[in-house]
Design a protein around this ligand. Structure first.
Ligand code: NAD
Ligand code: MG
Length: 392
């Protein structure tokens, strides 16, 4: 690594991915300099981060929180901005690496801004790629940007994926913990509360991805993410349940070798790998103790109890219009579940209902993707209104 620290921008600095990234940057101030941070609503936490790391720019996307941010950063010399334009301003700043840690398709516009200036993007914000798929990968290629897979499974694959031997790859194998309801019956899941759904056994994550892990939509989104990140047809992307979350994913080669990446279930491992790529840095995560773990187990996922995985695969098969609809409906359904408006099993039922009612042309532009996202949200909201609610 060169002597000058690598400039970093974190989109979504107040979240779980943001916290892990800040922890790593704080331990390696000689290698990384945080330059810009964004958050949605928590202006006080954002200001605290901005002051602690002496950044140049702090952005709050909810414009109503701007006065709080302004007051909290008064006299600091740190520039501030708000709204979607503010997010784009943060992504446009010429940092060497942009950490995409916003949750949901809300991050798409700023990720694309970073991509279009040819940045290296440590990519966690999977909903962007689920929604924009090929269009986003085309932008990455056209602008010479580098997507560094940071979702733990994709980071694992990235680490063992031999691009020069691409044609010798038989399949990708994504591992899944199975989430907190891995062994629950349908009857029990029907009664599951938001608190139970966000209590993941292995990973400490934001609320939305925790619910996605409980429904296994997370793994469905990750199949779609892998399809685009690694340009691999979905029939060569398999999923295995692996409750210990030690093997983070695998690449099987035609010669019979399967390469896997192992590590503790701590997002600082894949984030460290992305931040330092192509080099490696000292990581703070507890070292893997395979003797203490003793046994690693693998089994097939149960798509009857976890229909979201099937729905994601069906959406990928249906054509490029369907994943953005799937994602939008899921975002609305998860928010409704967390708000106590629908039951746990209603999440997948809503997504299935929206997908089965929708047919749309393949998006030709990013504006088309945003229109599909809006359509999916409208359809999902309609399921929530009492007159049309026929699920659960
Ligand atoms: P989180 O909810 O903890 O944090 C989300 C961040 O995005 C926060 O900083 C929040 O202020 C910001 N944000 C939320 N809504 C926004 C909006 N509408 N506009 C702009 N900013 C907004 O989420 P997280 O768990 O850190 O996940 C972030 C992304 O990374 C998700 O796409 C998730 O799937 C992915 N990911 C997370 C983990 C993990 O361990 N947390 C692992 C793999 C992938
Ligand atoms: Mg993951």
């Amino acid at each position: 690594m060169s002597d000058t620290p690598r400039g970093v921008t974190i989109l979504g600095a107040t979240g779980s991915i943001g916290a892990s990234t800040l922890d790593l940057i704080g331990r390696h101030t000689d290698r990384f300099k945080l330059r810009a941070v964004t958050a949605h609503r928590n202006a006080e936490q954002l200001a605290e981060i901005a002051r602690r790391f002496q950044v140049e720019l702090a952005v709050i996307s909810d414009e109503n929180q701007l006065p709080i941010l302004r007051e909290a950063l008064a006299g600091s010399g740190i520039s501030i901005a708000a709204g979607c334009d503010g997010l784009n301003e943060a992504a446009a700043l010429d940092s060497d690496i942009v950490v995409a840690g916003i949750v949901g398709v809300a991050g798409l516009s700023s990720v694309l801004t970073a991509v279009r200036r040819g940045a290296a993007v440590a990519f966690a914000n999977k909903e962007c790629l689920v929604s924009a798929g090929d269009l986003m990968m085309r932008e990455v290629a056209a602008h010479g940007a580098t997507l560094l897979p940071t979702d733990s499974e994709h980071n694992a694959i990235f680490q063992v994926f031999e691009e020069r031997n691409r044609s010798a790859i038989a399949r990708l194998i994504l591992t899944a913990s199975g989430g907190p309801f891995r062994d629950w019956s349908m009857e029990k899941m029907a009664q599951a509360t938001p608190a139970q759904a966000v209590a993941h056994p292995n990973w400490d994550m934001g609320a939305k991805i925790s619910v996605d892990s409980a429904t296994m939509m997370n793994k469905g989104l990750e199949v779609i993410e892998a399809r685009y990140l690694f340009d691999m047809p979905q029939d060569r992307i398999d999923v295995l349940i692996h409750p210990q979350s030690v093997v983070h994913s695998m690449v099987e080669y035609r010669d019979g070798s399967t390469l896997a990446q192992f590590g503790p279930p701590d997002m600082r491992v894949p984030i460290a790998s992305a931040l330092a790529w192509p080099e490696r840095i000292e990581g703070p995560a507890e070292k893997l103790d395979l003797v203490a773990i003793g046994e690693l187990s693998f089994s097939e996922p149960d798509v009857t109890r976890f229909p979201s995985l099937r729905l994601a695969r069906e959406a990928l098969n249906a054509g490029a219009w369907a994943p953005p609809i799937l994602n939008a409906a899921n975002e609305v359904a998860v928010a409704a579940f967390l708000d106590g408006k629908i039951g746990f099993l209603d999440i997948a039922a809503m997504v299935e209902g929206v997908l089965s009612k929708t047919d749309a042309p393949v998006p030709q532009s990013l504006d088309d993707v945003f229109a599909l996202d809006a359509l999916g949200r409208r359809q999902a909201e309609a399921f929530l209104s009492p007159s049309t609610r026929a699920i659960g």
